[in-house]
Design a protein around this ligand. Structure first.
Ligand SMILES: NC(=O)c1ccc[n+]([C@@H]2O[C@H](COP(=O)([O-])OP(=O)(O)OC[C@H]3O[C@@H](n4cnc5c(N)ncnc54)[C@H](OP(=O)(O)O)[C@@H]3O)[C@@H](O)[C@H]2O)c1
Length: 363
């Protein structure tokens, strides 16, 4: 009898240990089994990511939504080959585990934020160490999650692509979007003059509170006329354009001679009909375009390094001159509601997703 009890305890103990070790290798993540609407986002238990050479495992505290997430959910924006098929382009959290060959001084429990190719809607994500940034000390992890994708995109467009200079006028469309709210603040920081378009008075007011010198409600007025008046007929030196098709004529009209028009999204359509090339040529305009997600690791690492050096300190200087703009925060289990909010263009700034289960929140 004693022997039987002992064997039973031994077997139960081992089963318990096996279960614990399986659970330790699993995590909660948002999956999309069938592309479609927000209701197709399902929270499931999946294996934690395996660390490759030079990668760090982050315990995710928060992630944030990007417009691209809506496309990926609908099956229209697949991840680059070899990358996680879990949605999510940015996170903030703490360092959990260092992979082989990690050499840049990151330590377990460091507060970090990171740019991702995917995998952000999960409790853990593996990231090449070059894409990690320290969280500015005065920011919470939820605030930090709103920084990587929007701010690195805006910085890349302004500095790497448009090479914006002091005193130049920069027209940024969707001025209250995640990228727009970052762009307005960066243009201001670089001593240039931000002007924006947006679809409501509240959004224009928000952009103006961040430093926009003028704003035009594209639903009610011609922004080309607005830019013309604001610049005394000279036009904008740089246009950050995430709208595309439906705006092309007003954009080329708003462009200064030798101006740079940077296309980085096509929310207003892809097709163009008319004399675009003739009008662009008459202004000696530069039409540039850029995507961040498909860039090489080296390019992104250079971007993260330049951003960390030139911009990150301004999130925590005495005047806190830069701030991530947060529209709203949702828990991971309410991810579908967060997608619905973005899909209906209601957000001003970033929608943050708190990944920590509600009963374990500390900040
Ligand atoms: N190329 C890249 O590497 C890259 C990286 C990140 C983001 N992006 C692009 O940047 C854009 C902004 O992204 P986000 O995540 O910051 O967006 P977001 O916060 O969701 O804001 C998007 C806003 O754009 C405006 N909008 C939507 N459709 C429009 C239309 N047809 N015409 C005019 N305005 C429209 C809406 O504001 P209103 O109410 O003002 O109309 C909407 O709230 C997206 O196009 C995204 O794909 C590109």
């Amino acid at each position: 009898m004693h022997q039987i009890l002992h064997t039973r305890r031994f077997l139960l103990g081992n089963t318990y240990k096996t279960c614990c070790s399986i659970f330790a290798r699993m995590m909660q993540a948002v999956c999309v089994d069938v592309p479609g609407g927000p209701e197709n986002l399902v929270l499931r238990t999946v294996p934690k990511p395996q660390l490759k050479d030079g990668e760090v495992l982050i315990k995710v505290h928060a992630t944030a939504l990007n417009r691209a997430d809506l496309l990926q959910r609908r099956g229209l924006y697949p991840p680059p080959p070899g990358e996680s098929d879990i949605i999510g382009l940015e996170v903030a959290g703490t360092v959990d585990t260092l992979g082989p060959g990690v050499s840049r001084g990151w330590r377990p429990s460091d507060r970090v934020m990171a740019l991702l190719c995917g995998g952000g809607y999960a409790e853990y994500v593996a990231v090449p160490e070059e894409l990690l940034m320290p969280v500015p000390p005065n920011l919470t992890l939820c605030q930090a999650a709103a920084i990587p994708e929007a701010w690195l995109t805006a910085f890349q467009l302004l500095v790497f692509i448009a090479q914006v200079k002091e005193g130049e006028v920069v027209l940024a469309h969707a001025g209250a979007s995640g990228v727009g709210t970052a762009a307005v603040q960066l243009v201001h920081l670089f001593g240039a003059v931000p002007v924006v378009t947006a679809g409501s008075p509240e959004k224009l007011k928000m952009a103006e509170s961040l430093g926009a010198a003028a704003g035009f409600n594209y639903k009610e007025e011609s922004f080309a006329q607005g830019v013309h008046h604001f610049t005394g007929g000279k036009g904008a030196n740089v246009i950050l354009d995430c709208i595309g098709g439906c705006n092309w004529e007003q954009n080329v009209c708003s462009l200064a001679t030798d101006g740079r028009w940077v296309l980085y999204g096509t929310m207003g359509g892809r097709a163009v009909e008319g004399d675009l090339l003739g009008k662009l040529l008459s202004k000696r305009g530069h039409l540039l375009s850029s995507l961040l997600r498909s860039r090489s690791l080296q390019y992104k690492a250079d971007l993260v390094k330049a951003f960390s050096r030139r911009v990150l300190p301004y999130f925590s200087d005495q005047t806190a001159s830069l701030r991530p703009v947060i529209d709203s925060t949702f828990h991971l289990e309410n991810i579908a509601d967060a997608h619905r909010r973005m899909e209906t263009n209601r957000n001003m700034g970033k929608i943050v997703i708190n990944v920590i289960p509600q009963n374990q929140e500390t900040q």
